[in-house]
Design a protein around this ligand. Structure first.
Ligand code: SF4
Length: 562
């Protein structure tokens, strides 16, 4: 049972928002963790966290009662797991799922026997709850307990002057950190990162690699997304809510339920409907909702949670600098052209390489050689254009010569697409744009402020920038392979209307399947040295991009296809 012992106003006596006691636990663990969670508002609902919720629920239903408290003078608020009364003295009890710390040699006077003691962040947290109770209830607290479930040990913690001073010092440090725009550095204690729920956001190992090329990074970044992308394709389909599940009902009847914890994004194609209740459920669980046209263009997105002003400020300040923009643009174009070259070479191995293909390869190579010396973004755009002209001539040669004539490729045409291959490429690039936009928004950067593309249409420059890294591996390679495998039918999957070629519903479904399958392909990142799928790789590159202007860079856009 949860009880409230104080009216929650949310402000401390100094008009600053009160701090969560849990945030002091994070601060005692690692200053950067505190900053990411409390200042930038990044939370990861990982398994450990969910287990923690369950622990609290079990105890709530059993012997213990939790209390929600606020102390405006102290500037803290929080929920203490339990308060016990012994010999007329109140005592906060904190319950932890894990193990206790080993006591120091010679015995720990604070320990509860069994050679165990409380971890330092747990002491700070317990001390903060004690001070919170003192202010909220007007009592004196001399002692608290931490219960470690994995060891079945309860550790006694005196609320002495030393601990009180530590709590006050942590509150002062937390307030100071809340005012700064720069993230604190990665901790030197690598062991802390292995158990940190924010390691996939913080990327400490990647930062250590950037500092020291000899460092062998431990993988702390998950290889695959743990949640699916739910594509709603058919017109007339309704997406509603049933408890904690999304209920997808096609017009012709039937219903499929998707637990919200399994869904990472909902993509509404065309004229499907989604209810307000379902949207609310998505917001509550950080599930992005995006709307796309039947031709694969993103019309809009719903992103849960607030943006981080600190992340935006760092981005805006960095990208105001022309030299920073040029440096990043060179990296981007070099990576894209290298991927084009790699694809042409890999697809035409050996002595059988035709003269046309050799000319195409040489055209791409020539552009690649000039990229490092490009004086400005305009010159880079020119080089990228030259490489693309040669590359698409080569790409046409990678398609099987015996394919249906209508599934062959003559030249690149954007919108409207002049032929079936261009229709597939355009649709794939639209899907890639959606994916890049989602990654940028999930990381908390502003998609409208980029470093290479100019804002010339409704398309957002940073999403267009990021796409350049992945056009070849995620779209071109996947489309060419699918055509060569006879995945598409020139009649059933396409229709010609109004001077352009469109995908039919079946064709669109197949194109989405091709793209989603490709996203799941695992690939060894040539810089960080571990394998991950392309979907994760997009997110990794966005996070590495952010590090370029946080003084932690040197890894963005360095990967190469092998
Ligand atoms: S991953 Fe390491 S450096 Fe980053 S927040 Fe966690 S403990 Fe701190």
């Amino acid at each position: 049972m949860e009880q409230s012992a104080h009216t929650t106003m949310g402000l401390s006596a100094s008009s600053e928002p009160t701090l969560r006691v849990m945030s002091l636990h994070a601060l005692a663990y690692c200053e950067r963790l505190f900053y990411l969670e409390e200042v930038e508002g990044i939370r990861v609902a990982d398994a450990a966290l969910l287990d923690g919720c369950r622990v609290h629920e079990e105890l709530d239903g059993g012997e213990l009662a939790s209390y929600t408290l606020e102390a405006p003078l102290l500037g803290l608020r929080g929920r203490v797991d339990a308060v016990r009364c012994r010999d007329g003295q109140l005592m906060p009890v904190e319950v932890k799922k894990g193990r206790a710390a080993p006591a120091q040699p010679g015995g720990d006077p604070d320990g509860g026997g069994d050679g165990k003691t409380a971890w330092s962040p747990d002491r700070i947290q317990l001390g903060a709850y004690a001070l919170l109770l003192e202010e909220a209830l007007g009592v004196r607290i001399d002692e608290g307990r931490v219960r470690y479930l994995a060891d079945q040990v309860t550790v006694r913690v005196p609320i002495d002057d030393a601990l009180r001073q530590q709590v006050h010092a942590h509150i002062a440090r937390a307030r100071a950190l809340r005012l700064q725009v720069v993230r604190p550095p990665v901790t030197d204690n690598e062991r802390l990162c292995v158990r940190c729920s924010l390691a996939p956001v913080c990327l400490p190992e990647e930062e250590r690699l950037a500092r020291d090329p000899e460092h062998q990074p431990v993988r702390l970044f998950p290889p695959h997304p743990d949640r699916l992308v739910l594509h709603v394709l058919e017109s007339g389909t309704h997406v509603g809510r049933k408890g904690d599940q999304l209920a997808v009902r096609p017009r012709e009847g039937g219903e499929t339920l998707y637990p919200i914890r399994r869904v990472g994004a909902v993509v509404i194609h065309g004229y499907a409907q989604i209810s307000t209740q379902a949207l609310r459920l998505c917001c509550d669980h950080d599930v992005m909702v995006q709307w796309m046209t039947p031709t694969g263009q993103v019309m809009g997105s719903l992103v849960a949670g607030g943006d981080s002003p600190q992340r935006h400020l760092r981005q805006f300040r960095a990208l105001e600098d022309g030299q920073v923009r040029l440096h990043l643009a060179r990296l981007l174009v070099a990576s894209k052209i290298d991927a084009q070259l790699h694809f042409l070479l890999r697809g035409s191995r050996g002595a059988s390489r035709s003269e046309e293909m050799k000319r195409a390869v040489e055209g791409v190579r020539q552009a690649a050689r000039q990229v490092p010396e490009a004086a400005d973004v305009e010159q880079l755009l020119g080089l990228e254009g030259s490489a693309a002209a040669a590359y698409f001539e080569g790409l046409a040669l990678l398609l099987r010569p015996d394919l249906d004539e209508r599934l062959r490729f003559a030249r690149r045409s954007r919108r409207p697409a002049a032929d079936r291959v261009n229709t597939l490429l355009n649709y794939g690039y639209g899907m890639l744009y959606r994916e890049c936009l989602a990654a940028i928004q999930a990381v908390g950067l502003h998609p409208g402020v980029g470093f290479y593309h100019r804002p010339r249409s409704s398309a957002l420059p940073l999403a267009l920038d990021l796409m350049e890294l992945f056009r070849v591996p995620l779209v071109d390679m996947a489309v060419v392979a699918a055509l060569n495998r006879d995945t598409f039918d020139a009649d059933a999957d396409f229709e010609e209307r109004g001077g352009q070629v469109w995908l039919t519903d079946d064709g669109r479904q197949k194109a989405i399947e091709v793209f989603e399958r490709r996203k799941r392909d695992e690939w060894k990142h040539s810089v960080v040295g571990y394998s991950l799928c392309y979907a994760r790789m997009i997110e990794l590159e966005v996070r590495l991009l952010e590090k370029e202007w946080s003084g932690e860079g040197k890894l963005f856009a360095r990967f190469r296809l092998r």
